[in-house]
Design a protein around this ligand. Structure first.
Ligand SMILES: [Fe+2]
Length: 467
């Protein structure tokens, strides 16, 4: 590791070891008086374990960051999640594998771990509210509950059903009518299966919505939900679970890219659990769905597409940050003719990632605005508001600044889809620290910023929790 302090994006790939609590951050400009709550994000903050740099960005040890906002004032707090992975890391050990970092265990241990719950619980990807509970998640089915005020770890969320799973997503949906969290997991076996389930607020028992047998499960980071359907976009990046158990490779390296097989949309009826259809198109890879909705016999699916999964390889780490070149993306609109079976698509925007919408009001419905981060000339150096109806864009950027995921917060009592603010945690490279940025969602101009006392390593996702 270089000991030279960095003043560019590399600072975002530098570990943050300290936990901090500050009552009041310096604020420049002004945050709206109506904005009250907390932006809580989870970030892979610790990127070394013992003397070893972790192999992949997706394996960094999870820390929670909380910007509390009230009356134009902003507090800040950070705390590591007290996972088994964190405790191991404090002892300088990496015992449980992860996404791509090899725990270097024996073959016997590898086989044992594949078929036992000995997998990572490092919840560094995303967080969700389930009723009055808050969980942090990774892609193993071991979410960890935390206190959204103090950031203290409560403990693993213990399911009260008997469902078995090996991988899941950290991008659950929320069904407001049933008030339940909706997600999918994959169970690896001789006959593997995808299971789509709902888990009601206040319960830890998952309700099976649908099961799909699958020979070689695809790696899927997220999925889509429209008014009537759940959508699995199966990219041809697949693993053979039986080979996986004996191959002894880190998790993601078991997945093989076979573009000749194309991508398949598995469309499932939310009410009956029946498979509405399987719809094929040319191969692409994707982490993030943006939105999905029905329209006169058609199913519209917006997502961030890559030509192939080389982004995963690009995000292996060296001392400075990602080892590879970040490939380009397209915000695409796929349109499925549900009865005819045809799939077509069009490009809505270039080179965007980490998409967010006005989820509470527009998810599952036709919508107008997607908010994204973009790597234009450097690592995530723009925020972009895309009007998906005509492709027009508004862009925010500032010299030396690297903004993370833009999170839309609606102004209460308003109707317009973009009435509200967009919040993002931005690394200011030259200043050597991060700040919370608030943009007017309509004009996409800066309203204010609150300076954190230090840099905050780049992270993936967070949520605004209303007061
Ligand atoms: Fe994600």
């Amino acid at each position: 590791m270089s000991q030279t302090p960095t003043t560019d994006h590399r600072l975002g790939f530098t570990s943050l070891e300290e936990e901090t609590a500050v009552d009041s951050l310096p604020v420049a400009g002004a945050l709206p008086a109506w904005l009250a709550g907390a932006l809580v994000r989870v970030t892979p903050a610790k990127l070394e374990v013992g003397d070893r740099r972790l192999d992949h960005w997706f394996d960094g040890i999870a820390m929670l960051n909380r910007f509390g906002i009230a009356g134009g004032r902003v507090s800040y707090k950070s705390r590591f999640i007290d996972s088994v992975a964190y405790r191991d890391a404090q002892e300088g050990e990496w015992r449980h594998g992860g996404f791509a970092t090899d725990p270097c265990r024996s073959l016997f241990k590898r086989v044992q771990s594949m078929f036992s719950p000995d997998v990572t619980d490092n919840p560094n990807v995303n967080l969700a509210r389930i009723g009055e509970r808050y969980i942090a998640m990774t892609e193993t089915p071991l979410p960890i509950e935390f206190d959204a005020e103090t950031l203290e770890t409560v403990g693993h969320l213990e399911y009260t059903d008997k469902l078995k799973a090996h991988v899941t997503t950290a991008h659950p949906h929320h069904d407001p009518e049933r008030d339940e969290l909706v997600n999918y997991h994959a169970y690896f076996s001789r006959v593997s299966r995808y299971v789509l389930y709902g888990m009601p607020a206040g319960s830890s028992k998952r309700r099976v919505i649908a099961e799909l047998p699958v020979k070689e499960p695809a790696y899927m980071h997220a999925f889509g939900m429209s008014g009537r359907h759940l959508i699995l976009a199966e990219y041809p990046l697949r693993a053979n679970p039986l080979k996986m158990a004996f191959a002894g490779k880190p998790f993601i390296q078991n997945y093989v890219w076979r573009p000749e097989e194309g991508t398949r949309f598995q469309v499932i009826d939310r009410e009956t659990g029946a498979l509405r259809g399987t719809y094929e198109t040319d191969a692409f890879f994707c982490f993030h769905h943006v939105n999905a909705f029905e329209r006169e016999g058609e199913l519209v699916i917006d997502l961030i597409a890559y030509d192939d999964p080389s982004i995963i390889d690009a995000l292996y780490l060296n001392a400075d940050g990602p080892r590879g070149t970040i490939p380009s993306t397209e915000l695409r609109r796929y349109v499925i003719d549900l009865d005819g079976g045809g799939v077509s698509w069009e490009k809505l925007a270039d080179d965007v990632e980490l998409p967010r919408i006005d989820y509470g009001r527009r998810n599952t419905r036709d919508y107008r605005y997607a908010y994204c981060s973009r790597s234009a000339d450097a690592w995530f150096d723009q925020l972009v508001k895309v009007d998906v109806t005509d492709g027009s864009q508004s862009v925010w950027s500032a010299p030396g600044c690297h903004p993370g995921e833009p999170i839309f917060v609606r102004q209460p009592g308003t109707e317009a889809e973009d009435a509200g603010v967009v919040l993002s945690v931005v690394l200011d490279g030259p200043a050597g620290r991060s700040f919370l940025l608030a943009l007017d969602a309509r004009s996409f101009e800066e309203l204010g910023r609150a300076e954190a006392p230090h840099h905050i390593p780049f992270g993936f996702h967070g949520q605004f929790l209303r007061a």
